[in-house]
Structures are given as C-alpha cells and as structure tokens.
Design a protein around this ligand. Structure first.
Ligand SMILES: Nc1nc2c(ncn2[C@@H]2O[C@H](COP(=O)(O)OP(=O)(O)OP(=O)(O)O)[C@@H](O)[C@H]2O)c(=O)[nH]1
Ligand SMILES: C[S@@+](CC[C@H](N)C(=O)[O-])C[C@H]1O[C@@H](n2cnc3c(N)ncnc32)[C@H](O)[C@@H]1O
Ligand code: SF4
Ligand code: SF4
Length: 326
C-alpha cells in the first residue's frame, strides 16, 4: 500500500503514539491539578500496539515517538519499545518523557531499541522547576539526562515551554548549559488548550523574541533536513548544543506537517487540535484486520485540514496535551 499523503501533498511518515494518559507531574500548562482518572480508560494493550505499528509501517511510517501522559509510567514500557523495534520498517524509535525514570532505565531502554529521547525541563532553577511542574525532581531529571547521554542515544533533546512570568528570564542559564553539553534545546510556545484563554493570555510568550536575541548573539539558522519537524533550529560555533524554536502561531508552521497521532485509547488524530479522534481500536484486535485498517487510514487522510485553527481560539477536543501526547 502506498505512503499516507493528504490533499495538500504532505506525506506522513512520523507517528506519535500515546500509550497512557496518566502522569505523575502537575505542569501548570498541562495538568495543573494532576491526572484525574476517568474510570473508563483502558489503554492500548501490547498486542494492539503491535497491530497498530504494523499497519502504520505498511503506509510509510518510519519514525515512532512513544508519548503520553508520562509514557514511562507504563510497567511494560520496555516491552513496548521492543515491540516497535521488532518491526524493521521503523527506522527511528523515540520517546518524550518528563525524565523522572531516566536515570535508572536509560541503558535498558537503549538496549531495547530506543534511539532518541526528548526530556521536558522547563527551568534550570530547581525552585522554578518545582513551581512549574509541581514536583521537586529537578536533580533526578538532570541525572537522568546525564545517563541518557552516557547510554549512547543518537539524540537527546530538551523541551522547555516558554512561560511569561515563570521561565522568561532563564535564557542565559540555558545557553550556558549547552555551551559544553551536546543537546538540542527546544523552546516551545505555549499553545492554548481547554485550560482556557486566561491562562494562555497571561503566560504566552512569542518565540520570535528569543529568535531575535539569538540572531543578535551570533546564532545562525540551520536549513532543515527533509524529514525535520516544525522546529526552527539555530547553532553557534561556541556552543556544542543547538537551539530549536517551535512556534505554532507563526505563518506556515503547518506547511511541513509530517506527523499523525494515535491516542492511548486508540483514536487517530489528524492534527494536535482536531475536533474528533477516529476510533481505530475495533481494527487492532487481529492481524487479519490489517488491510481494513490501512484502508481506514487512507480514507481519513483525505480529511486532514491544512492547518490548526488556534488563531481563532479553536483548540479542538484536546482538553490538555497529556490526553494526546503533545
Ligand atoms: N502544533 C504542533 N505542535 C507540535 C507538533 N509537533 C510537536 N509539537 C510541539 O512540540 C512539543 C515537543 O514535541 P516532541 O515530543 O519533543 O517531538 P518533536 O518536536 O516532534 O521532536 P522531533 O521528533 O525530535 O522533531 C509537542 O509536545 C508539541 O507541544 C505539531 O505537529 N504541531
Ligand atoms: C504532553 S507531554 C507528554 C510527554 C511527557 N510527559 C513530557 O512532559 O515530556 C509532551 C510535551 O508537550 C508539551 N506541552 C504540554 N502542554 C503544552 C502546551 N499547552 N503548549 C505547549 N506545549 C505543551 C510538554 O512540555 C512536553 O514537552
Ligand atoms: S507536560 Fe508531560 S509531565 Fe507535564 S503534566 Fe503534561 S504530561 Fe505530565
Ligand atoms: S498544528 Fe496540526 S496541522 Fe499544524 S503542524 Fe501541528 S499537527 Fe500538523
């Protein structure tokens, strides 16, 4: 079967697969009151994940990012990595994590086949880290990042959501860190979710401000590789690390969209901000359903919109990004 493509000519070879909604952190921009179980959710089982990965690999998916909630809270997280790694059409296996289990498990996950890891660190000031995440785990997370660098991951990226009134004074500290540390540090603009307009308006900070500061300080823009995500990347000869800016409110942000999402309960989301997920779970029960599943994926792609509607305040079904994996 051919590669998944939409009517705007975009190809989708990257799947963000959420494996749980549960999280142990309480990031103010995501789950300020912590995770609230709804009593109904049953997250995809390993066999369903295997069937999902097999179908996506038949329609051109080469990269899978395991996400959540906090994906590493799944007791079978290492088995999930192994199941994805067993499919040899998948060239890159990545995860995005809050990093709290990284120190103990980095090597085990690497050995299971994980090759790229993105860790969320919203501030390098332990007190501010606590204020933003609701967890006093800064030192643990930083030790986890060291363990990931030692374990030999191809890429270690750090995500920090830009938050006016919280981490907006942290740029010099972050720059100092990546002078000698070979990581990709990405600043993500806060996106409005079901948390509401007030929080967004109080804390949204445009990445463009950081971009001009970087350019003034001699950072240069790196041309993106064909399969790069939406971050604009910058490098500097005096720094081992790079900086990426994810600015979803910028014009043309969605032109390079190359990713699809499946939620932890098996719903396909054509965009981070779609109104509805499309259930795939009925077709994840047996290998023999693969052709039908592939057909459903192709049928859905025809309906993907050109861009999100965040500028109009339309945030879709996504109450918070933990419910779909960011
Ligand atoms: N609006 C929008 N935001 C995105 C998209 N992809 C990533 N982001 C934002 O960037 C955050 C970090 O993404 P990561 O999970 O680190 O993955 P990534 O940016 O795809 O990383 P790479 O695969 O390393 O390029 C997500 O949680 C979102 O907040 C996208 O397609 N649309
Ligand atoms: C939803 S989390 C899931 C993975 C993991 N728990 C973590 O925090 O890395 C994925 C990413 O989404 C980002 N994120 C969550 N809510 C966001 C929002 N409203 N705007 C921008 N990024 C957000 C987080 O900072 C994190 O880097
Ligand atoms: S951003 Fe990640 S770590 Fe923070 S509350 Fe959301 S899911 Fe949890
Ligand atoms: S907002 Fe939607 S369309 Fe735009 S890049 Fe993200 S997932 Fe793709």
């Amino acid at each position: 079967m051919s590669q998944l493509q939409d009517k705007f000519g975009r190809r989708f070879h990257y799947l963000r697969m959420s494996v749980t909604d549960v999280c142990n952190f309480k990031c103010t921009y995501c789950l300020p009151d912590g995770y609230r179980p709804d009593g109904r959710s049953k997250f995809l089982a390993l066999s369903e994940i295997e069937n999902l990965v097999a179908a996506f690999s038949e329609v051109g998916t080469q990269k899978i990012r395991i996400t959540g909630g906090e994906p590493t809270l799944r007791k079978d997280f290492t088995d999930i990595i192994r199941a994805v790694a067993d499919n040899d059409k998948i060239k890159t296996i990545a995860t995005t994590t809050n990093g709290y289990r990284l120190e103990k498990h980095a090597k085990e996950w690497y050995d299971a086949g994980l090759r790229r890891i993105n860790v969320s660190v919203d501030s390098l000031d332990p007190k501010m880290f606590y204020q933003i995440t609701g967890e006093n785990k800064f030192d643990e997370v930083m030790r986890g990042i060291d363990a990931a660098l030692e374990a030999g991951f191809e890429r270690v990226k750090i995500n920090a959501v830009l938050l006016k009134g919280f981490n907006d004074k942290d740029l010099p500290r972050f720059l100092h860190w990546i002078k000698h540390t070979p990581i990709d540090l990405r600043f993500i603009e806060l996106m409005e979710t079901g948390l509401g307009r007030d929080y967004f308006q109080a804390h949204h900070l445009a990445g463009a401000d950081i971009k001009s500061q970087l350019v003034e300080q001699g950072w240069s823009y790196d041309q993106p590789a064909a399969d790069d995500g939406p971050a604009q990347n910058f490098s500097h000869e005096d720094h081992k690390g790079r900086i990426g800016l994810i600015m979803p409110y910028e014009k043309n942000f969605c032109a390079s969209c190359n990713r699809l999402r499946v939620s932890a309960n098996g719903k396909l989301h054509l965009c981070l901000f779609t109104e509805n997920g499309v259930d795939l779970r009925d077709l994840l029960q047996h290998e023999s359903q693969r052709a039908e599943l592939v057909e459903r994926l192709h049928g859905q792609l025809a309906q993907k919109s050109e861009t999100h509607f965040l500028h109009d305040g339309i945030t879709g079904v996504t109450q918070h990004l933990a419910s779909i994996g960011g």
